[in-house]
Ligand binder design. Structure first.
Ligand code: ZN
Ligand code: ZN
Length: 175
């Protein structure tokens, strides 16, 4: 049995759109390689830093990830089904751990990463972070039946043309 404790640069594409291990950053690998009847059994774990952004508030996230690695590399393709694509083989007495790492990492990555489990995200109305907003942060929900009246008040306040005949004729001219 051989044990490895090494640091390797992360390969490309260890990520989802929102979070992942940046290519080239350090991945700590702690691995045991055992010679077994069928080939080589690799077991161990890998640890790396994750960089991403919160799916709710878009804040940057920095986190660690540790994944278990386990794979049996066959000495020769299994003949029963002609060998499947999923099979990993020992080639020239070496094993390719990159796809094993990728599978382990990509399945372990959170689909919707959050900066904190209770992140409130952003206000759908104004976009401020709800965690930082006062508790009573609400936007007045105006009954649609009153919306026309509210629009009228708005335009009066801003000094814009009132919603009378003049407005509609202005709009016509613009087109
Ligand atoms: Zn967040
Ligand atoms: Zn708001």
């Amino acid at each position: 049995m051989r044990t490895l404790e090494e640091q390797w640069p992360a390969p490309e594409a260890l990520s989802t759109p929102l979070i992942g291990i940046p290519a080239g950053s350090a991945v700590d690998v702690d691995l045991r390689l055992e010679s077994v009847h069928e080939g080589i059994l690799a077991t161990g774990e890998a640890h790396a830093e994750l960089v991403g952004e919160c799916s709710r508030c878009l804040d940057p996230i920095r986190d660690g990830i540790t994944v278990d690695l386990q794979e049996l590399f066959l000495a020769s393709p299994s003949e029963s089904d002609g060998g499947s694509d999923e099979e990993r083989l020992v080639v020239h007495e070496t094993v390719d751990l990159e796809p094993v790492l990728r599978d382990a990492v990509v399945t372990a990555l959170p689909f919707q990463p959050v900066c904190r489990p209770d992140c409130q995200g952003l206000c759908a109305e104004c976009g401020i972070r709800l965690d930082e907003a006062p508790d009573d942060h609400v936007h007045e929900q105006i009954d649609p039946r009153w919306a026309a009246l509210a629009a009228l008040t708005d335009s009066a306040e801003t000094g814009a043309a009132g919603p009378d005949q003049k407005t509609s004729s202005d709009e016509t001219e613009e087109r």
